[in-house]
Ligand binder design. Structure first.
Ligand SMILES: Cc1cc2nc3c(=O)[nH]c(=O)nc-3n(C[C@H](O)[C@H](O)[C@H](O)COP(=O)(O)O)c2cc1C
Length: 198
């Protein structure tokens, strides 16, 4: 079986953001394994307007060209790692907008979560799990939560996330589970395609 393709999605876009740092950290850990192919996806590269289509693309094709480009990009992957901040105990609006801009492209794939914030972005991640379920994604139980003093040290003092041992273990466990579910769903999707073609 070919290596599963996993997008690592940076979920914030503001100029002074922190989000690209944990995304790069997760990518570097994944790169050491050899059983998974990853690509960082930056929502800055997909500046979609607030959703303004006649419908979700489950029902009608999207007209906005950036939205169309976003859907093509999402479709390339077998699963996703959402690296998310917590804004007022919820997910960043730019991430929710991006999630709404695709539908079939997310379906029957995996979603894993890396949160950061005072409580590791846990409240945002729990909301994101509900949204992912509606988009027909299988959510991965083990999340990574960069929190408390560790988050503040990384955010304010530039502490390297590589130095925080329990977080490395957390990413390994997340990737192990993600790989299992992603391969299982890929097999099922491939089987479904064969059945439909027959
Ligand atoms: C609008 C806004 C709301 C925030 N709300 C929360 C929050 O509810 N919980 C939390 O832990 N941190 C909160 N923070 C602090 C963020 O954890 C911190 O700014 C983090 O760096 C945001 O991610 P980003 O840098 O990738 O944008 C908030 C920050 C902003 C800008």
């Amino acid at each position: 079986m070919s290596k599963p393709k996993i997008a690592i999605i940076i979920s914030t876009t503001r100029a002074a953001r922190f989000g690209h740092k944990p995304a790069a950290w997760v990518r570097d850990i994944a790169a050491q394994r050899g059983d998974i192919e990853t690509e960082i996806i930056d929502l800055r590269d997909f500046p979609m307007p607030f959703f303004d289509e006649v419908s979700t693309n489950a029902w009608a094709p999207t007209q906005n060209p950036v939205g169309q480009r976003w859907q093509k990009k999402v479709a390339e992957f077998d699963g996703y790692i959402f690296v998310t901040a917590e804004y007022n105990h919820g997910i960043p609006a730019v991430l929710k907008n991006a999630l709404d801009y695709a539908y079939p492209e997310w379906n029957k794939k995996t979603a894993a979560f890396v949160g950061y914030g005072a409580v590791g972005g846990a409240r945002a991640v729990e909301q994101l799990r509900l949204v992912a379920a509606e988009l027909q994604m299988a959510t991965i139980r083990n999340g990574v939560y960069i929190q408390g003093a560790d988050f503040m040290a990384a955010l304010k003092e530039g502490k390297d996330l590589k130095e925080i041992t329990y977080l490395q273990t957390g990413v390994k466990d997340l990737l192990d589970q993600l790989l299992w579910w992603t391969n299982a769903l890929k097999t099922a999707r491939d089987q479904e395609k064969l059945t439909k073609a027959a």
